[in-house]
Write a protein that binds this ligand. Structure first.
Ligand code: FPP
Length: 262
């Protein structure tokens, strides 16, 4: 066991690929409550195969399915996936349309299984600016799953961390101007309560595949003390084993939240 742990710690590929070993190394009582993922690399993955970007996005949906299923099995509280940013509108209209169609297809196809697995689906972002078909599919998924008590799946759509903060500040300003809130009482808790993720724990771990080392305007407030887990694996290749690797690695981190080691 010790040899296996040392190999794992050294990043030995064979041991990292051993799902049974990763499961046994995982302490189920110390799992992260909230996992956030930037589902990156679909375009490059497709390009390397000589295929259009849409091929990569479609393959990315398979990864999403597997990661959602595994997160629910593990008993995580919240999984937040970055599906479409406020900046992604700059992409060709054809690609935007494909992403919206994939979202609608995903929700229609998966909602039964999501409900069977006690998962609730929420959208975070400026949802009112999404196409009608996407808004309708999200509303149906939310309505059908809102009473589920297991994993919460946050799908970040037309999401930007800065936009989220601007909207929160505006709403707080309205309460101040109505006399419902004293500016002196504004604290971190109040700001958190005005974010799309109000009431949810901050992410414990952020996973970014595809070898890029950026936050990309994702959960800017919520990531204050989040552990980052970066991998060169492209999102369409991301599987259950990679999530387990991230979980095991997370449990080896020394989280001090600005304090000192206990
Ligand atoms: C980033 O990769 C990925 C996206 C902008 C979209 C992510 C969407 C999916 C995984 C599928 C659809 C989502 C749902 C919720 C059904 P990129 O295209 O920027 O990759 P690149 O950096 O290699 O170009």
């Amino acid at each position: 066991m010790l040899k296996k742990l040392v190999n794992l710690w050294r990043g030995n590929k064979d041991f990292n690929q051993d799902e049974a070993f990763l499961r046994s190394a995982l302490d189920l009582s110390r799992l992260p409550r909230h996992v956030a993922i930037i589902m990156d690399g679909n375009g490059r993955w497709a390009h390397r195969r000589g295929m259009p970007r849409a091929y990569g996005h479609r393959a990315g949906v398979e990864s999403l399915r597997e990661v959602v299923r595994t997160s629910a099995e593990l008993g995580l509280d919240v999984l937040t996936v970055y599906a479409f940013s406020t900046e992604n509108w700059k992409r060709p209209q054809e690609e935007v349309d494909i992403l919206m169609d994939l979202l609608v297809e995903y929700l229609h196809k998966e909602i039964d299984e999501l409900c069977t697995n006690n998962i609730s689906v929420r959208a975070i972002g400026r949802i009112k600016d999404l196409p009608l078909s996407a808004r309708e599919a999200l509303a149906v998924a939310w309505q059908r799953s809102k009473d589920n008590t297991g994993l919460t799946l946050n799908i970040a759509l037309n999401y930007g961390g800065r936009t989220e903060l601007v909207e929160a500040v505006k709403s707080i300003g309205v309460e101040v101007s109505k006399g419902n809130l004293d500016p002196g009482d504004i604290d971190e808790k109040i700001i958190s309560d005005y974010l799309y993720t109000a009431g949810q724990p901050d992410p414990d771990i952020l996973i970014r595949p595809s070898g890029d080392y950026r936050v990309s305007n994702f959960l800017l407030w919520q990531l204050a003390y989040t552990e980052f887990w970066l991998t060169t694996v492209m999102w369409p290749d991301f599987r259950r084993i990679h999530l387990l690797q991230a979980m095991v690695d997370f449990q080896r981190r020394d989280r001090r939240f600005g304090g000192l080691k206990k």
